[in-house]
Design a protein. Sequence first.
Length: 455
Amino acid sequence: MKAQERIRNANILLVTIKALGNEIAKNLVLAGIGSLTILDHEVVTEADLGAQFFLTSSHIGMNRAEAASAAVQRLNPRVKIHVSTDEIRAQSPAFFSQFDIVIATDVESPQTLNLINTATRLNSRPFYAASSHGIYGFIFADLIEHEFVIERTKSNLATKLGSESKTRSITAISPKPDNPTLEQVTKRELYSTWLLASDLSSLPPDILKSPRRRKVVTPVLSCLRALWEFVTLYGAPPQANNHASLAQFTRMCGDKHKALGLPTETLRSEVLRSFLQNIGAEIAPVTAVLGGQLAQDVINVLGGTQQPIQNFVIFDGGSMEASVYALHPEGPLGKELFSEATGDAAAASAMADGSAMLPNGINVSDMIMANGGAVDPTVQAMLMANMGIDMGPLGIHPAPNGAGGGYTAPTAGLNIPVVGVTDGENPGSGTQQQTVAAAASTATDAITLTSGTGN
């Protein structure tokens, strides 16, 4: 009953309502949450009509959140639907304190995700990020520290308190009052931030130690990390008609794949070509799977009786798998993640010049500068809030690469060197000249989707 009450009283923020946001809103409203705030500053365009079932051609030119809100409300009149047409970066950290869970979908800028995650951390609120790119997509969760209770049959061996893994521990055990053959086990999961998990964290040791398991890690993870870095550096995804930007993105994919410790042969040229063709596309069956999985996890977290996502889901439509990877830095997680960095004035001084070290061993200077682009405020914001300083709206933030953040192509050419990857017909070649198709293919006749796990 308590779980149902928490769901009925939940106040959730959904940032951006495109195809993926449609699915999440639908599932949460039908589940009977208390209220849903839809925040989206963009207007409806013709492109939005392809995979977004809350919109019609009559909505073109309207604000996207306002246009979708009426159809969302009709799904469940008992749920309160609120609309905000503000830009998410214009919100102060205090704005997020009113919500029980914050979900950001299809936010192109990793720096904006850093900003939102900073605000949710400051307010001790669970945070989800998700996006789809055609047949590919991801879900990220930062629940900070989340406890849940499972019921299971008592074993002959007594359940012990303590750590089960790097992120999970058993904190309490009690017999079920009305059934002595069952026990109620309270577990706690610890999380890290988007900034650390999305690029600065390695795969779990059990995967890295196994050549067989490293071979089955989806190369889409490397492609997504390259995309996030590319957007951070240049302000936009690689353009299909800019061969130099495609070459740069391809090199980044190879670098990310190598940094993850994955075998070169699994990052094939056809994977890169397919990923590039799918960037920015929306395919309804894929958004339905991702949206359904994220919404179900939100309900599980509110209910507190199921194991939540830990902490990345990578959807690969090429292999029809949704694999889960726990991507975390070394050192403390959860609430202790930045404890050493937000302690006192001396720590503030060290943080300001970038000389401080976080508990996980990462130098602060590496965190406050995102790949040489805009200053990332994740650590700075937490420091300032801890010192009683108002950090102001999230939007006070320099643009990457100066005004406009445009990409300056270093070279140009008709053929794109796929550096550090091998072609399926010529393994071990290292560099293959491949021509990447210019137009994204969004058509699909029939897609049957299943999910699997990567760890």
